[in-house]
Every structure is written in structure tokens, then in C-alpha cells.
Design a protein around this ligand. Sequence first.
Ligand SMILES: N[C@@H](CCC(=O)N[C@@H](CS)C(=O)NCC(=O)O)C(=O)O
Length: 218
Amino acid sequence: MSIKLWHCHNARSLRPLWALEEMGMDFELVEMPFPPRVFQKDYLRVNPLGTVPYFIDGDTHMTESSAIGHYLVERYQRYDFGLRADHPEFGDYLNWMYHSDATLTFPQTVVIRYAIMEPEERRLPQAVSDYGQWFLARLRRLDSHLAGREYLCDKRFTVADIAIGYALYLGEILGFSRDYSAALQAYLERLKARPAFQKAVVIGEENSRFKNISLPRP
Ligand SMILES: N[C@@H](CCC(=O)N[C@@H](CS)C(=O)NCC(=O)O)C(=O)O
């Protein structure tokens, strides 16, 4: 077996873990407490950034959760979970893949840092509130895209749904789903009902500090 994934419960490493489960691939999983740079310092020898995911496939080493799904589709020709470059919706598919982390997960990480991770005296309620609103505003494009669609591209489930679905799921953990539209809520429920998601999401749950987070509401 050459694929190895380092993972923390509910962190972005859920994206590649979910993708590997969907594809039924063999892999070795290293599950760690979050954040590993504090609770598993030897992980810094594997990934000096201290972030998860960390993914190895032979000589390939990757740290970007959405890119790993894209890699798996291309490297293993798993177009049952992705779109080929000559597909008319290929650009749209790639856009959702990148949108998932750069546009939708990034503002949530500012919220997590300044509401939860920093010690009390360094917390920034203004940043938590502003970046929370920013995240919700950035869902506008997804919301209108989902009108009349069950999945993002090609009328079927792909790794783009995993990438975007994780951003919505993280928002749910942080309490933002109260403000999701009915279409976003239904889409998230559809994704969470998948057996591969249900198998992946519970891994590491018993020792996790990264669940049921309730943020101060404005
Ligand atoms: N852009 C990267 C970000 C990876 C990242 O920042 N992961 C977070 C977890 S969601 C992390 O490991 N944080 C721990 C830390 O910064 O110490 C991705 O998409 O995977």
C-alpha cells in the first residue's frame, strides 16, 4: 500500500479521507489530536507546516485538501468521481474545487482561530463576527448554482461536492448552518447521508476537541 494520510477529526483532512472512502481505495491512516503542532509535536517532522491533511502516495507529497481529491481522480483515472478536461463543465468543476478552500473555508479558519484556538486574552470578537458574515455572504454563488441541481456538476456526485461539502459541514459545526438557505441545507444533508461520509466523519471522534463548537452569536 503506498497511500498514507494524516488526519484530525473534522479538520480539512476529512476531504481526502472521504474521497478515499468513496473510491474504495486502500490507504494507511494516521489519526491525530487537533491541533497536532500542540498535541503531537513529532508530526512537525512529517509536515513542518503542522497542518492536516498530509498525504503521501509513493514519491508524491501533498498538503492541500481539495487538490488531493483532484489528484486521486486524475492519477487513478477515477472519472466516476470527476470530470475529464474535455467535459463542457470542466472549468466549472475546477472552479468549485478551488472555491471550496480559498473562498469558503478560509474565512472560517479566521473564525476558529479568534473564537476558539487563541487564549481568551487574544480573542477578537470583531474578527469572529466579520469573518462569519463574510463566509455567509460568500455562499451566495453556491446557493444560486444549486437551484434545480442535486450536485455541482454533470448531474452527479464528484470530488467537487466533497470539497464544497466539507466547507458547508465545517460551517455547520461552527453554528452557521442556521443561516443557510433551504437549498444549502438540503444539499448538505444529501452529502452527509452518503455512507462514505458517515464512515469517515466518525474517525477520531472519541478524543476530539473539534466538534459541537458554539460560537458567541452577535
Ligand atoms: N489549504 C490547506 C489548509 C490546511 C490547514 O490549515 N488545515 C488546518 C485544519 S482544518 C490545520 O491543520 N490547522 C492546524 C494548525 O494550523 O496548527 C488545505 O486545504 O488543506
